[in-house]
Design a protein around this ligand. Sequence first.
Ligand SMILES: Nc1ncnc2c1ncn2[C@@H]1O[C@H](COP(=O)(O)OP(=O)(O)O)[C@@H](O)[C@H]1O
Ligand SMILES: [Mg+2]
Length: 271
Amino acid sequence: MSDYALELLSIRCTFLSKDDPGQRYTAVDDTTLRIGAGEFVSVVGPTGCGKSTLLNVGAGLLEPSSGGVKVFGQPLTGVNRRAGYMFQTEALMPWRSAIDNVKVGLQYRGVPDAEAHAQAEAWLSRVGLTGFGDRYPHQLSGGMRKRVALAQTLVLDPDIILMDEPFSALDVQTRQLMENEVLELWSAKKKAVLFITHDLDEAIAMSDRVVVLSAGPATRPIGEFVIDLPRPRDVAEVRTQPRFVELHRQIWEVLRDEVLKGYAQQLRKAA
Ligand SMILES: Nc1ncnc2c1ncn2[C@@H]1O[C@H](COP(=O)(O)OP(=O)(O)O)[C@@H](O)[C@H]1O
Ligand SMILES: [Mg+2]
């Protein structure tokens, strides 16, 4: 068996340009990314560089123009069934209560209702929502909705967890609580995590490894850093450690120019 849970191999993704019909736009090019079983890897890069594109490739939701994906050593065709996803946008069904949202994946899998219910309850309490199962999404705070989404993902016990800027809409305090909770849950089960973020502090605080992507077009990895900070970590506390500051300085040196390029591109697009 492969030591890697997820391998993105020489990925290229070309789209028909939204801005310039008829033109093709190479969002991602020549990108290889490997995530070990149990490894927590963050990918950082400027807005619009191709982070979500890569995550969608790993999820099997987007077929790359060239290159391939392997899941535990096997070539991926179609949706990645070993993976669970958590996206930036709200993914809860507003017409379903919290517990029914958590249950939905189990129901698709044909788990009998009583068992699905019990597992969903257990996950709601693991994410700190005991007693909130009958609330509807609109009756919950943004942080609580993220907790439900987290339970919805983890109840399926995926071997690979794909997260696309899951906490970027939250206020700083709520976000740090959620980050710590994710780390705690992860350390108990050690799943492979691909965590997408544009926030370097978050990436360093959470990860075993941080991969920096260049600004587009033809985005590719331009730096890779092993985060040798001890675990368990508290994401707020770890930021004060000298090693964190040093890693941040090193990575920012690589990332800064890309962020500036990315920003200039956004301005050009908007003009
Ligand atoms: N389906 C698509 N059609 C056309 N262009 C796309 C499509 N998906 C993404 N892109 C373009 O690819 C680039 C990377 O997008 P994305 O992966 O969403 O960036 P990020 O997640 O890093 O902000 C952007 O320029 C975006 O406009
Ligand atoms: Mg994105």
